[in-house]
Design a protein around this ligand. Structure first.
Ligand code: 5GP
Ligand code: MN
Length: 332
């Protein structure tokens, strides 16, 4: 993979640009792709954001969200957009296995693929050029860096600032995780100096729960959170049957994994969910505990050092037992 500036010459003329991100897109996935979309639009390009599957309700306010195509529900249209595009930008993921049904169409595509991502272990040989930096807070921050590198800081308008703020805010846990560097705060200062209203974004993202979701949180913490006898890890395991009564929608389990980490002494938190026969896991850790390698080694997953995910096909109960039997090995 070459450095990202190798794509600059191609961007000097109007291009059709396919922009995509990981499945189950979160706020950084949408924030970074739509931030880039609004930038490329101003440069005279024709960008389209295509996501592998549905987006969470709490992101429906984002600028230009109505232009986003969903591969799950509009495959033919998405394949047509892909076929007609000149360039493919891949944001907030680094392995084509992270884009579900879009994986094969993207692997077969002959256009240059450009990576902007902050996860560990990129599948570097599938990208023509790009930037991959696990020290960055968010893909959204990296899109900001990209715009600056292109010399276009003055093109950062309200839509771009809103999108990139949202991604950086959520991926840093509202600016508290270690990846919240001085550069993150400098970016936010830049947005604020240009008039960004940040409070409304916090309201959209964090104060938009349904009553059902709040009751579900209470249930999950009271009935389903299991803190190890050692006090060092907490697991929340939710089967399809557990979740059924709450009529959850996409995004309703977002953030749930963080709760056990708020307990003093807990160093690793795990969320295990069973949805439509699939078992998904989220791992979070504090300090020097590498959950990314853990997820990759045992659960066909990956992610960041302190925040990773994986999947399992060995059944719900067996998966919970497997996590419990292995997790002590990574906790000092
Ligand atoms: P979450 O727990 O919020 O779903 O994901 C946490 C982090 O791990 C995210 O950065 C996400 O991209 C990554 N991640 C989640 N699930 C998987 C997976 O199955 N495979 C890989 N490689 N990364 C994952
Ligand atoms: Mn991200």
């Amino acid at each position: 993979m070459l450095p990202i500036d190798h794509i600059f010459p191609a961007l000097s003329e109007p291009k059709k640009i396919f922009i995509t991100t990981h499945q189950k897109p979160d706020a950084d996935a949408l924030g970074s792709t739509l931030g880039l979309y609004h930038y490329l639009l101003q440069k005279g390009h024709t960008p389209t954001v295509v996501i592998p599957n549905e987006l969470p309700d709490f992101l429906h306010w984002m600028p230009a969200i109505d232009t986003v195509l969903n591969y799950d529900s509009e495959s033919k249209l998405c394949e047509q957009v892909l076929a007609e595009s000149d360039l493919i930008f891949c944001l907030d993921f680094n392995h084509l296995s992270r884009i579900k049904g879009l994986e094969q169409p993207l692997r077969n595509a002959t256009q240059p693929r450009i990576l902007i991502d902050h996860h560990l272990q990129p599948e570097a040989d599938v990208f023509y050029c790009g930037t991959s930096n696990p020290d960055k807070s968010s893909a959204s921050e990296m899109v900001y860096d990209f715009i600056l590198q292109c010399g276009d800081a003055e093109l950062i308008n309200d839509a771009i600032a809103q999108c990139l703020y949202t991604g950086a805010m959520t991926d840093t846990g509202s600016f508290r995780f270690p990846a919240t560097t001085g550069s993150v705060h400098e970016m936010i200062a830049f947005f604020k100096n240009r008039g960004l209203e940040h409070s409304i974004i916090h309201q959209y993202v964090y104060d938009s729960w349904s009553a059902n979701r709040m009751k579900f949180l209470g249930f999950a913490l009271y009935e389903k959170m299991d803190i190890a006898a050692s006090g060092k890890y907490g697991i929340i395991a939710l089967s399809t049957k557990d979740m059924e009564p709450f009529h959850l929608t996409s995004g309703d389990t977002e953030g749930l994994v963080n709760y056990p980490l708020s307990i003093a002494g807990v160093q690793v938190a795990v969320l295990i969910t069973e949805k439509s026969g699939e078992i998904k896991m989220s791992f979070r850790s504090k300090g020097n505990i590498d959950v990314s390698t853990f997820a990759r080694t045992y659960f066909n997953g990956g992610g960041h050092f302190n925040a990773a995910g994986g999947k399992s096909d060995t059944g719900f109960e067996a998966t919970v037992a497997k996590v419990k039997s292995l997790i002590d090995n990574i906790i000092p």
